[in-house]
Design a binder for this molecule. Structure first.
Ligand code: AP5
Length: 223
């Protein structure tokens, strides 16, 4: 099964994609994470993306499409993916359809996280992640059980993202409304979209998303 999860910055895509990947044995593919890896490795794509990301803009479609296509191997295709933060434009959605077609598979479900812009700034500015395992936390909504220690791996170093500041967040929201929200209409024509309110707490959002994934899994068989 292949799932797209999309929503505005801070809506919980990464948090929920991680939980769904663990529950259903899917591979989480986050273009945000892949681009941050490219930036850290100082590849050509990373050097191009760095400034755009820090300012809250969208990296050009051809760069992101190429990074994603490189990452998808035949072996992993058999397990199914959850695409987190990709596609982000209608052009990327079309490119993903074409790529999956070459692997004899397709998107089966599109999960849309619905949330008001006013909630998002607080979520993003409070976010931090474990440097060792990438587990995500929040100053208010999801603190580590023991302060300074990652619940998952016991790591003690955490980091914050350079684009998690108010100016870049406003740019990211504008980019979302202008370029990403229209992908809902693209997928709606195939009846794949299921909306979930993302303003509830993490466990409740996960329960709602899981229901849609189970319904999708029961309504079709996947190779
Ligand atoms: P990306 O990394 O994808 O960032 P984003 O879309 O801005 O989304 P975020 O990672 O900020 O938020 P999220 O929805 O994953 O929320 P999270 O789960 O972390 O992209 C970064 C940049 O890369 C882009 O701006 C762009 O430049 C570039 N890029 C990436 N993909 C691209 C593409 N396809 N095309 C072009 N450019 C691309 O949650 C946020 C916080 O809230 C966390 O602290 C979490 O603990 C907390 N939280 C989560 N859910 C809840 C809840 N229900 N209640 C309370 N708190 C919650």
């Amino acid at each position: 099964m292949n799932i797209v999860i999309f929503g505005p910055p801070g809506s919980g895509k990464g948090t929920q994609a991680r939980l769904l990947a663990e529950s259903f044995g899917l591979i989480q593919l986050s273009t945000g994470d892949l681009l941050r890896e490219a930036v850290a490795a100082k590849t050509d794509a990373g050097n191009l993306a760095s400034e755009i990301m820090n300012a809250g803009g969208l990296v050009p479609d051809e760069t992101v499409n190429a990074i994603l296509a490189d990452r998808i191997t035949q072996k992993e295709t058999a397990m199914g993916f959850i695409f987190d933060g990709y596609p982000r434009t209608v052009q990327q959605a079309k490119s993903l359809d074409n790529l999956l077609k070459t692997k004899r598979t397709s998107i089966n479900l599109v999960l849309q996280l619905e949330i008001g812009d006013d909630v998002l700034v607080n979520r993003i500015t409070g976010r931090f992640t474990c440097e060792a395992c990438g587990e995500g936390y929040h100053d208010t909504f999801k603190k580590p059980k023991t302060t300074g220690t990652c619940d998952k791996c016991g790591g003690s170093h955490f980091k914050r993202r350079p684009d998690d500041n108010e100016l870049a967040i406003q740019q990211r929201l504008e980019a979302y409304h202008a370029a990403t929200a229209p992908i809902a209409a693209f997928y709606e024509s195939s009846g794949l979209v299921r909306g979930v309110t993302a303003e509830n707490d993490i466990e409740l959002v996960f329960k709602d998303l899981k229901k849609h994934v189970l319904e999708c899994a029961h309504s079709a068989s996947f190779d």
